[in-house]
Design a protein around this ligand. Structure first.
Ligand SMILES: Nc1ncnc2c1ncn2[C@@H]1O[C@H](COP(=O)(O)OP(=O)(O)O)[C@@H](O)[C@H]1O
Ligand SMILES: [Mg+2]
Length: 307
C-alpha cells in the first residue's frame, strides 16, 4: 500500500491511501512527520514490527538488536523498543537502568510521549529502554484507562520520524505484549527449529487474532524467522515443512497469519552472536565478518524487499 500525507488544513493531516485501484483520504494520526517528496506529498514508509514469541530464548532480542543495526547501517532511521522487564536489549546496547532517565515504563504508566524516551545508540539508531520497574507495569496497567493501547497512544502523542520501529516483546502474552501488538502492523515470529518449536504456537496465534479483532485491524503476522539454525539435523527440515504446511492451509482464511511467509534467510547458530551483548555491541561492531553478521545483513535486505 502506498500512503501519502497531505496537509489539507492547519494542524490536520490526512493520509492519501492507494490500495489497488482505490484511493481515499483518511485523517492521519500516525507517528511520522512530514518528508517532502517530488510530487509534493509526504511519503510514509514507516514499518512497525513486533518480534513476538512467548517462548524465551528463541532469538527475539538478538534479532531486534542486529536487524535494527543492519537497517540503520543502510540509512533507515530505526527505533528499538525494549518491552521486556528483563531489559536484555537495553543491557545489550549499554543502556542500564542507572544510565537512563526515562524508560518504556514512563511511556506506559506515566504518559510520557514515546518521542521523549528515545536514546541514540548509533547513527540512525535509537532505543527506548526498559528498566526493572517494567515488571510492575503489567499490574499497574490493569487499572489504567486504555490499558491495551497506551503504547499506541503515546507513540502518536508527539511526532516521531522513523523508517522502522522494532519491538522486542517479553516472553509472555500479558498486557505488555498486547500493547506492542496494538501499535504495530507486522509481527515476525522467531522460531527455533527443534521438536518443541511449535508448542505454544496456538496461543500465540490466538493472541494475534484477539488483538486484530478488538484493537488493531491492521495487525498481521508477516513472517516466521528461523533462528539458531543448524542445517544438518533432519528435525530442522521437518519443523520447516510443518510450518510451511500450516501456513499453506491458512492462505484462504481471514486470519492475521494468512499472508505470512517463512523467511528465506535463516539465522545460523553462531557463538559470536551470543558474545556480542557482553561487549555492548551489535554483531556488526563486534564481529563484522562472522556468519551471524552476514545472516542479519541478508535478513535486513529481505525485510526491505518485503511488501
Ligand atoms: N543465532 C544464534 N547463535 C548463537 N546464539 C544465539 C543466537 N541467537 C541468539 N543466541 C543466544 O541465545 C540466547 C537467547 O537469545 P535471545 O535473543 O535473548 O532470545 P529471546 O529474546 O527470544 O529470549 C542468548 O544468549 C543469545 O545470545
Ligand atoms: Mg529477549
Amino acid at each position: 500500500m502506498m500512503e501519502y500525507v497531505k496537509r489539507l488544513k492547519k494542524g490536520v493531516r490526512y493520509l492519501f491511501c492507494m490500495q489497488g485501484q482505490k484511493r481515499y483520504l483518511t485523517p492521519f494520526r500516525g507517528a511520522g512527520v512530514s518528508r517532502i517528496t517530488r510530487i509534493g506529498y509526504t511519503a510514509i514508509t514507516m514499518r512497525t514490527i513486533a518480534l513476538f514469541n512467548q517462548k524465551g530464548g528463541v532469538g527475539k532480542t538478538t534479532t531486534t538488536v542486529n536487524l535494527g543495526a543492519a537497517l540503520a547501517a543502510v540509512g533507515k532511521k530505526t527505533i528499538l523498543i525494549d518491552m521486556d522487564p528483563q531489559a536484555n536489549l537495553s543491557f545489550h546496547l549499554g543502556l542500564e537502568a542507572d544510565k537512563v532517565k526515562h524508560s518504556i515504563y514512563d511511556v506506559l504508566c506515566q504518559e510520557l510521549p514515546l518521542a521523549d524516551a528515545l536514546y541514540p545508540v548509533a547513527d540512525k539508531l535509537w532505543v527506548v529502554p526498559a528498566t526493572p520497574d517494567l515488571a510492575g507495569a503489567e499490574v499497574e496497567l490493569v487499572n489504567l484507562p486504555d490499558r491495551e493501547s497506551r503504547l499506541r497512544k503515546m507513540a502518536t502523542a508527539k511526532p516521531v520520524d522513523y523508517d522502522f520501529l522494532l519491538i522486542d516483546c517479553p516472553p509472555s502474552l500479558g498486557l505488555l505484549t498486547v500493547n506492542a501488538l496494538c501499535l504495530v502492523t507486522e509481527v515476525i515470529i522467531p522460531l527455533q527449529a527443534h521438536f518443541l518449536a511449535l508448542q505454544g504456537m496456538a496461543r500465540l496465534l490466538e493472541t494475534c487474532s484477539m488483538v486484530r479483532e478488538r484493537l488493531n485491524s491492521a495487525l498481521r503476522i508477516s513472517a516466521i524467522l528461523f533462528c539458531q539454525y543448524e542445517s544438518a539435523p533432519r528435525l530442522t527440515g521437518e519443523v520447516t515443512e510443518e510450518v510451511e504446511k500450516f501456513l499453506g492451509e491458512s492462505r484462504e482464511s481471514n486470519q492475521p497469519w494468512s499472508t505470512a511467509v517463512v523467511l528465506e534467510t535463516h539465522i545460523r547458530r553462531n557463538i559470536k552472536l551470543a558474545e556480542a551483548p557482553s561487549f555492548n555491541k551489535s554483531i556488526f561492531e563486534y564481529a563484522p565478518n562472522c556468519a551471524g553478521a552476514a545472516d542479519y545483513q541478508v535478513l535486513a535486505e529481505e525485510i526491505l524487499q518485503m511488501k
